[in-house]
Design a protein around this ligand. Structure first.
Ligand code: GLC
Ligand code: CA
Length: 546
């Protein structure tokens, strides 16, 4: 297997709006990130993914871009971006930016021009269609709206938007549009950025002729005809050939509904498309069906074994679109610290580049939003509307669902200390601070050698020291055990065994066979003393020696 810096990297995702406010206006910003680079260096991460900070009306917190080469003044200036890249590089930290290539804002000059007339020279940069029998061109749904089509009275056609009506989809079939995007990306590469996360990339190619989806399919499958169209791989290959392969640039793709086979298709090195897709299956499974340890073992084993030496993956249990991992996968009450450390152990000992999401390293939890008006995410409002108007839920039930799954759970301010607003801002925070900040915060965690933070530090250091944790193959142990996930990673004579008790109950060790080794040293454990049985959410890493 080809070694590369980005396979060995430990990545950290920053949602700038909620990370650190450098100027006291209540909104996190670029100079705030620069101020916290020493913190990130102390944690040990060496690759950042920073979500959008470009000029934007902010309908979807920056995923609606109105100028790819300008910076939203709420976040800072182009100079701040350059400073951020330089300061990160000085600390041995590489930087990935977010590329939103499927759509722009409706305030982008391209769209403003495109919607002027059917003859506009930029008309074809977007996807316009006539209506059908006085209705939308087809039955496609948008993520944040009922229909994926919005009628524009001025030119009497509909435009397509996979997300909100303020996020019109770009037409990738237009070569001139693609070239315009490549020029923008080239400009960013020249600024010294080391890689990109490709937002919503599955949607850049739609099914030919735009067929209706099967109306009775479960909601999630109704988007099938909107993605992975015939030209998907061709577009990604072109992007790679034009830009990425000529520079040492890493790409991580938000590839939806991925299978082992389709991951290999998009990320096998010889395909020259992207370097690694994100793995969402474990999280999606738990969101849809609840935690099920045998199923989690099956999913992760299938991916670990299936991709080995064929393609790379980006592992992530938490991001700005998902609930907090300790709340979703673990126990954010009695076993918060132990379960946060356990899922950290899992993340940092699998094959694939680990992406830690801000706050995960201190075990931040979901947030108890008191009512609908406390949410900020447009998806929270559209989901609430869907639940109450289409699915017949009452308000209490809809709010309970939002509480568990809303994207805003991950977007509350980073908890730096126990001062007002968790030390995130001296002003009024743009979204409420999680009330548990008085006990869960960075200052507390850094002062405690047994904290979740300290444990992440050790895990990151361990991964950086041992190729077996990066490149090693994966062998599932105890396949039948109902609550213990145990596996071996081996590479060039080095062997590690990871044992995770994913449960709030005690469990036996299930007779893990430290094969061939007559000694196995316990090198990391989230409990301080040693016991023969596994305690709730106990996580252990052994190193085997012959
Ligand atoms: C991706 C982003 C999400 C955004 C959407 C539209 O899924 O992660 O936050 O709303 O794309 O750009
Ligand atoms: Ca600010």
């Amino acid at each position: 297997m080809q070694k590369s810096w980005w396979k060995e990297a430990v990545a950290y995702q920053i949602y700038p709006r909620s990370f650190y406010d450098g100027n006291g206006d209540g909104i996190g910003d670029l100079c705030g990130i620069v101020e916290k680079l020493d913190y990130l260096q102390t944690l040990g991460v060496n690759l950042l993914w920073i979500t959008p900070f470009y000029a934007s009306p902010g309908v979807d917190n920056g995923y609606d871009i109105s100028d790819y080469q300008a910076i939203d003044p709420a976040y800072g200036t182009l100079q701040d971006v350059e400073e951020l890249i330089a300061q990160a590089h000085q600390r041995g930290i590489r930087v990935m930016f977010d590329l939103v290539l499927n759509h722009t804002s409706d305030q982008h000059p391209w769209f403003i021009e495109s919607r002027k007339s059917q003859e506009s020279p930029l008309r074809d940069y977007y996807i316009w269609r006539d209506g059908k029998n006085g209705r939308e061109p087809n039955n496609w749904r948008a993520h944040f709206a009922k229909s994926a089509w919005t009628y524009d009275g001025q030119t009497e056609q509909y435009y397509l938007h996979t997300f909100s009506p303020q996020q019109p989809d770009l037409n990738w079939q237009n070569q001139e549009m693609r070239t315009a995007l490549y020029n923008i990306i080239r400009w960013w590469i020249e600024k010294g950025v080391d890689g990109f996360r490709l937002d919503a990339i599955s949607f850049i190619s739609k099914a030919a002729d735009f067929p209706d989806h099967a109306g009775d399919a479960p909601y999630i499958f109704r988007r099938a005809p909107m993605m992975h169209g015939a030209e998907y791989h061709q577009f990604l290959h072109e992007l790679n050939r034009e830009l990425l392969s000529q520079n040492d640039i890493v790409t991580a793709g938000e590839c939806i509904e991925l299978t082992v086979e389709s991951a290999i298709e998009v990320a096998a090195p010889e395909r020259q498309e992207i370097d690694m897709p994100f793995l969402f299956e474990p999280t999606e499974y738990v969101i849809n069906h609840g935690m099920d340890v045998p199923k989690l073992k099956e999913i992760l084993t299938r991916w670990q074994v299936g991709l080995h030496s064929k393609a790379w993956i980006a592992n992530q249990f938490n991001n700005h679109d998902l609930p907090r991992v300790v709340s979703l996968f673990g126990d954010d009450q009695a076993h918060r610290e132990a379960s946060a450390k356990l899922f950290g152990t899992l993340l940092l000992t699998l094959a694939g580049t680990p992406f830690i999401y801000q706050g995960e390293e201190i075990g931040m939890t979901n947030n108890p939003f008191p009512s609908l008006i406390d949410y900020r995410d447009l998806a929270a409002f559209s989901e609430y509307q869907k639940m109450t108007e289409e699915e017949g839920l009452n308000s209490t039930a809809a709010l309970a669902t939002l509480h568990a799954y809303s994207r805003d759970n991950a977007r509350t301010p980073m908890q730096w200390d126990d001062s007002p607003s968790a030390g995130f801002t001296t002003g009024e925070p743009w979204i409420m601070v999680n009330p548990n900040y008085e006990t869960i915060n960075v200052a507390q965690a850094m002062g405690d050698s047994n904290s979740v933070f300290a444990f992440y530090q050790r895990l990151i250091a361990l991964r950086k020291q041992h190729d077996a944790l990066v490149y090693g193959d994966f062998e599932l142990l105890l396949p039948e055990h109902p609550s213990v996930f145990a596996y071996r990673r081996s590479f060039e004579g080095e062997r590690f065994v990871v044992v995770l008790n994913i449960s709030a109950e005690m469990s036996d060790m299930g007779g893990v066979d430290f094969g061939g080794g007559d000694s196995a040293d316990l090198i990391l454990n989230n409990y301080l003393d040693i016991a023969t049985t596994l305690r709730p959410y106990e996580a252990r890493i052994y190193r085997e020696t012959a």
